[in-house]
Design a protein around this ligand. Structure first.
Ligand SMILES: NC(=O)c1ccc[n+]([C@@H]2O[C@H](COP(=O)([O-])OP(=O)(O)OC[C@H]3O[C@@H](n4cnc5c(N)ncnc54)[C@H](OP(=O)(O)O)[C@@H]3O)[C@@H](O)[C@H]2O)c1
Length: 278
């Protein structure tokens, strides 16, 4: 089986391609600078040459704060780029798996968001990912939409590396304590994604690691496991303004995983331990 992976060099793409290789899949990597998904001719040419049996679409504009300023750029990659991928997958009638985000929800309340909860994005990046979900549904019959959040792993920029870098020079680090959600360990969700793409259990899923924490609790665990003495100081979001609004509640229900018979990801603390061990 040949799987095309867009965004294959990104944080998650690196793990997904590694997992697919471990399982003996043939892989067509689609990423900048060779292929720009905003260019439909380049996408079509690449699909024609690669002739994949399935697509894992991870390429995205992911600079959440900058997106508030660079709206056209963000839209071009996340919506128009996804439309190019979705149209060709629909035409070829091949399955596509698309990763989306907790930011498609408004972050209100303390309940877990179900896959069918009301879409009301809290920032521009979230708006583009919600529109991209619609595009996938419009053009493809065989789709997986997998919403994840707070991704960390050994490759790319993420919160764990940010905290470790800050801890090198600071004795005390202020971290928001009123945004609650679940980290997603890239190698863990890569295993699930590889399981999904060979199944025919199409649909929308939430797939973070188990357990809920605040960013401050996440940071404290990072300090503990890394052996750092830096103190994590709890601060409310109100004193840490960002260009893009972040949801206070990012709890995502995994009922759809259970229903389809997919295994939930391990607890986030267990994932963080493995991150440091490896
Ligand atoms: N990171 C998170 O916390 C998080 C949370 C929820 C959902 N997600 C979703 O998960 C997916 C993977 O995220 P990630 O953290 O792995 O992101 P990432 O590290 O930023 O990787 C995205 C990849 O897409 C590539 N790309 C960007 N624009 C492109 C274009 N026009 N044509 C082709 N490739 C392009 C990037 O290349 P360059 O680096 O050269 O730009 C990069 O290799 C995305 O769909 C993202 O929206 C991520």
């Amino acid at each position: 089986m040949k799987v095309a992976v867009t965004g294959s060099k990104g944080q998650l793409g690196t793990e997904v391609t590694a997992e697919l290789k471990r399982r003996g899949f043939e892989i067509a990597e689609i990423d900048l600078p060779q292929v720009d998904i905003t260019n439909e001719a380049e996408v079509r040419d690449c699909f024609l040459k690669a002739s994949p049996d399935a697509v894992i679409h991870l390429a995205a504009y992911t600079a959440v704060d900058r997106a508030e300023e660079e709206k056209d750029f963000c839209y071009a990659v996340n919506v128009t780029g996804t439309e190019h991928i979705a149209r060709i997958c629909g035409e070829l009638d091949i399955p596509v798996l698309f990763t989306s985000t907790d930011y498609v929800f408004d972050g209100s309340g303390t309940d877990f968001f179900e896959t069918g909860s009301r879409i009301a994005p809290c920032n521009y990046y979230g708006q583009t990912k919600a529109l991209a979900e619609d595009v996938i549904k419009k053009y493809c019959k065989k789709f997986f939409i997998v919403r994840i959040s707070w991704v960390f792993g050994p490759h790319g920029k993420n919160f764990v590396f940010t905290m470790l870098n800050l801890a090198k020079t600071k004795d005390e680090i202020s971290v928001v304590c009123d945004q609650k959600g679940s980290p997603t360990y890239a190698p863990d969700v890569a295993v699930l994604i590889a399981d999904m793409i060979v199944s025919e259990k199409y649909g929308t899923y939430h797939a973070t690691n188990e357990g809920v924490c605040s960013w401050a609790e996440f940071a404290r665990e990072i300090m503990k496991l890394s052996g750092s003495n830096a103190i994590i100081k709890d601060i409310p979001s109100a004193v840490y303004p960002t260009a893009a609004v972040r949801p206070l509640n990012s709890r995502l229900s995994k009922a759809s995983l259970d229903k389809a018979g997919f295994e939930r990801l391990p607890d986030w603390k267990n994932a963080l331990e493995r991150f440091f061990r490896n």
